[in-house]
Design a protein around this ligand. Sequence first.
Ligand SMILES: Nc1ncnc2c1ncn2[C@@H]1O[C@H](COP(=O)(O)OP(=O)(O)O)[C@@H](O)[C@H]1O
Ligand SMILES: [Mg+2]
Length: 237
Amino acid sequence: MNPFIKLQNIGIHYPTEDGDIWALRSIDLDIEKGENIFITGPSGAGKSTLFRIISLVEKPTQGAIYVANQDLSSIHQMSEASYRQQIALVPQYPMLLNDRSVLENLLLALQLTGMEIDECIERAENALRTVQLEKFKHSNPLTLSAGEQQRVSLARAISRQPKILLADEPSGNVDPELSKIIFDLLINMTEQNNTTVIISTHDLSLIQTIANTKNKKFRHIKLDKGNLQNDSFITPK
Ligand SMILES: Nc1ncnc2c1ncn2[C@@H]1O[C@H](COP(=O)(O)OP(=O)(O)O)[C@@H](O)[C@H]1O
Ligand SMILES: [Mg+2]
């Protein structure tokens, strides 16, 4: 059987003054449904670019992506829209609407699905409770710290109950204690809802700590200069 997500020979380049930069080069990657994957790599390795490609924010220069056997480069608009509803990207830098409250930021994304407003509110409030930010629901995102804004962005993603969740350096702006809570929450999404969760981080030691405390092994993919370095497991010690 084919994997849930299949990246085949994915490459993308950006033209710059010094010539083309290949942000990703010939990436082949198979991801099964309900997997928890960590992607590590130094700054500039291509982690964010990979997430933007999987979530259809950008189209690759070469290669193909298949999700549930569907070639994303050739799907028609209806299927593309339904794919977008199943996937949530938590970007490295939160992109919140600063003229709306925290709660409204979540509701806007939920209402796009055509869901009843009462259910939207319930899901949004539950998600804010999960990231421990319910007390800020009527606040303007600009009044929140960078770490809190990142958690709002995460709450917005989890409230949509996506099938695939991509979290780009979710612990970038938060202290170690909170980053453990965030990683736990992401891993629970797989355990409870079979969500396929892919997390990028430069903090390898944090993954080891999670593997140890959960007594669970995690798939680990390393990127460097746009190349997939290796595919291994981080096992509990
Ligand atoms: N829109 C863009 N225009 C030009 N170069 C880009 C663009 N996006 C990413 N890059 C380059 O692609 C490479 C990978 O970037 P990125 O995916 O952000 O890496 P990471 O998230 O691992 O830090 C870097 O060299 C970066 O400068
Ligand atoms: Mg990045």
